[in-house]
Design a protein around this ligand. Structure first.
Ligand SMILES: Nc1ncnc2c1ncn2[C@@H]1O[C@H](COP(=O)(O)OP(=O)(O)OP(=O)(O)O)[C@@H](O)[C@H]1O
Ligand SMILES: [Mg+2]
Length: 355
């Protein structure tokens, strides 16, 4: 049988497949010069052994926030040994302890076993305070306990702290004790326009694929879809999927039909995910869908009326998980006649980190 016969002989359409890995860091982050210059300026005092400024970066998903800031950290690393770069993804490291372990690995400290968080912080702090440091806390809204920020602000001398999130209101909600000490500049990343979307995707296409692999209308279909979703990540996902489909049928070209199939898969992605939720969570998601845009307390009432039996705390935790998985979005509203509350919205914005 020749099940593998045709795959071995043909050349791959992919010249540099790793360029579509989700954690691939592009060498050049186009169209973000202004934003990168502002962040770099905030770090610049560190070169003169003074404390830097802090920046709060926000913007929707897939607009280059992580790519731009990580690029700056790489440049910083090449430029000097005197400023230590800490990049921490708070989604993956969602407790202070995990963050500290991550920091220990950056400073190459290995004797972390049986040590408490405060002991680890002392070790990291001592090391950093000999020099200077940049801390990037990406997806910072994903952690519950922000006390570590207080420690970093207070006890590390020469530093810049860069906080990245999708939620503009996260900083408004921050404990005033921390906020007043942080005094961060605010920097918004807006979605790319059509030309920019095309430019970013074209740059990646040329890196990943051999010339002539993409039919022009196929590539344009990817650009249009990514632009309509305002998310470069979905464009990269489509490129990968469409090219895989083309390769499977032993084509030397990626066509518009391959892209159409990939778009269909992209749209099914969120639906499939919903099916994977356990019953009670799906039940809650449906209630949010029916009551999208209302306050969390009202949605909890609706949930109980519909026969739900969880206590509020448990309900809240499920809501947080649904938000984390991006089935819903939660917007914190501060103040108002009834004090602070959270508005829940149904939405299928999700990260395509699985491609
Ligand atoms: N200007 C750019 N040049 C090259 N690649 C880019 C650019 N902007 C975004 N990308 C790529 O698009 C993908 C999404 O970008 P990135 O991860 O930086 O988004 P983000 O704004 O951090 O989104 P999220 O809020 O979901 O974390 C990445 O693979 C990144 O490399
Ligand atoms: Mg990011």
């Amino acid at each position: 049988m020749a099940f593998f016969g045709s795959t071995g002989s043909g050349e791959s359409l992919f010249k540099n497949p790793m360029g579509l890995d989700y954690d691939y860091q592009p060498k050049l982050v186009k169209y973000r010069e202004v934003e990168m210059r502002q962040v770099a300026a905030a770090m610049r005092p560190l070169f003169q052994k003074r404390s830097g400024r802090n920046v709060f970066v926000f913007g929707p998903s897939g607009v280059g926030k992580t790519a731009a800031v990580r690029n700056l950290l790489l440049e910083l690393e090449q430029e000097t040994d005197e400023i230590m770069p800490f990049y921490i993804n708070c989604w993956k490291n969602d407790t202070t302890f995990k963050m500290l372990l991550e920091m220990c690995s950056v400073i190459n400290y290995k004797f972390t076993q049986n040590k408490r968080g405060d002991e680890l912080f002392e070790i990291v702090k001592k090391d950093i305070n000999k020099k200077a440091a940049v801390f990037v806390f990406d997806e910072v809204d994903k952690i519950d306990d922000v006390d570590f920020l207080y420690n970093v602000v207070e006890e590390v001398f020469n530093k810049s702290i860069i906080l990245i999130t999708n939620h503009k209101d996260w900083i408004a909600d921050l404990d005033t004790r921390i906020k007043s000490r942080l005094t961060a500049e605010v920097l918004e990343f807006k979605p790319y326009n059509l030309t920019e979307t095309r430019g970013v995707l074209q740059q990646r296409m040329e890196f990943v694929f051999a010339p002539g692999v993409w039919e022009p209308d196929a590539f344009e279909a990817v650009v249009q879809k990514a632009f309509s979703m305002q998310d470069i990540r979905s464009g990269l996902y489509l490129m990968k999927e469409a090219a895989n489909t083309a390769e499977e049928r032993n084509s030397r070209k990626v066509t518009a039909a391959d892209v159409a199939a990939a778009i269909k898969k992209l749209e099914e992605f969120s639906i499939k995910k919903t099916e994977e939720l356990e019953d009670e969570t799906r039940f809650i998601l449906n209630i949010v869908k029916k009551n999208s845009g209302r306050k969390i307390g009202e949605i909890y009432e609706a949930y109980k009326e519909a026969g739900g039996s969880m206590v509020y705390k448990t309900f809240q935790r499920r809501i947080a998980k649904l938000e984390e998985d991006r089935f819903i979005s939660a917007e914190r509203v501060v103040g108002g006649s009834e004090g602070s509350t959270t508005i829940l919205k149904f939405g299928q914005e999700k990260k395509l980190t699985e491609f």
